[in-house]
Write a protein that binds this ligand. Structure first.
Ligand SMILES: [Zn+2]
Length: 297
């Protein structure tokens, strides 16, 4: 884990699975953007910032996925940091079972879905962060809506740097995941359009820093359309959601092996089904108790 300076008082924490951000004021008080997966990440982060002479006073969570807020609990207990998070995301951070629950269709999920990758330790959220300017500890910030990957994801802009959470992914991460996780494709595409126009240095939590992000944003957009085409291609005849998910994932070299992965991929592909349905390209019907999707001709 390493603290990489981006600009005066603004750093990226690299070397872990999630790139966190650190923003500090002249009193060496620090705001951490996303805290990583768990206590072990948070311990290393806290130690590293301590060694750099920084005191963690605030946390901003871009969204409520376990690898972005799982370190909150430890940092809050250790430092008393105040936590900011967007509305809705704040609800999941405070009640993390909601994540495996929504993936499981709203029912209480079985024990094996209640793992640290889907359900982080809960954390308090002291203040809901809304879009617009915000001043914390004398630091002038801007909360920027970046929905799509998560329902109410927000980025944080400061000094010409925009921490983007998972609004887009790096090339390696796209290749690894094949079908990136997004819950609202229409919103995700609008977010990508917005990001492509930004002059700021973009920090992507699974990809690093981009001085010029146009190419990587285009890669992200292209993958969305490739997935939508793959979903349409899987519908030679009416098909169930999980079968469409299997065929689509295989097309991108992903074979679904475990229940957690099954529910994540089913959700990611369901978002594409919603998008295509709302665009008028699909229809859905229940046949003998089974929900089937069809391509409209
Ligand atoms: Zn995420």
């Amino acid at each position: 884990m390493e603290l990489s300076k981006i600009t005066e008082g603004v750093y990226a924490v690299t070397g872990g699975t999630t790139v966190s951000g650190v923003i500090c004021n002249s009193a060496k008080e620090a705001l951490v953007v996303d805290t990583g997966l768990d206590e072990s990440t948070a311990r290393r982060l806290t130690r590293m910032l301590g060694e750099a002479g920084l005191l963690i006073r605030w946390i901003f969570n871009t969204h409520a996925h376990a690898d972005h807020f799982g370190g909150n609990r430890f940092i809050v207990e250790r430092t008393g940091a105040k936590v900011y998070a967007p509305a809705l995301e704040a609800a999941v951070i405070q009640c993390p079972v909601l994540e495996p629950m929504y993936l499981f269709g709203g029912a209480m999920p079985p024990r094996n879905l209640r793992n640290k990758f889907l359900e982080a330790e809960s954390s308090t959220v002291n203040e809901v962060a809304y879009r617009g300017p915000m001043c914390i500890g004398g630091i002038e910030l801007e909360v920027v809506p970046l929905p799509g990957h998560s329902i109410n994801q927000m980025g944080l802009a400061v000094n010409g740097v925009l921490f983007c959470g998972d609004a887009f992914l790096g090339e390696g991460t796209i290749a690894k995941h094949g079908v990136p996780f997004n819950v609202d494709i229409q919103a995700h595409l609008r977010t990508l359009d917005f990001l492509a126009e930004q002059e700021a240095i973009l920090v992507c939590a699974h990809g690093g820093m981009y001085m010029d992000a146009k190419r990587i944003i285009a890669t992200n957009r292209r993958r969305v359309h490739e997935i939508a085409d793959a979903v349409l291609g899987s519908l030679e005849s009416p098909c169930r959601t999980d079968e469409i998910a299997r065929v689509t994932c295989e097309k991108f070299g992903v074979s679904i092996q475990a229940p957690s992965q099954y529910y994540l991929m089913k959700c990611a592909v369901s978002a594409v089904l919603t998008y295509l349905f709302n665009e008028g390209q699909l229809s859905m019907e229940v046949n003998h108790g089974t929900l089937l999707w069809s391509r409209k001709t």
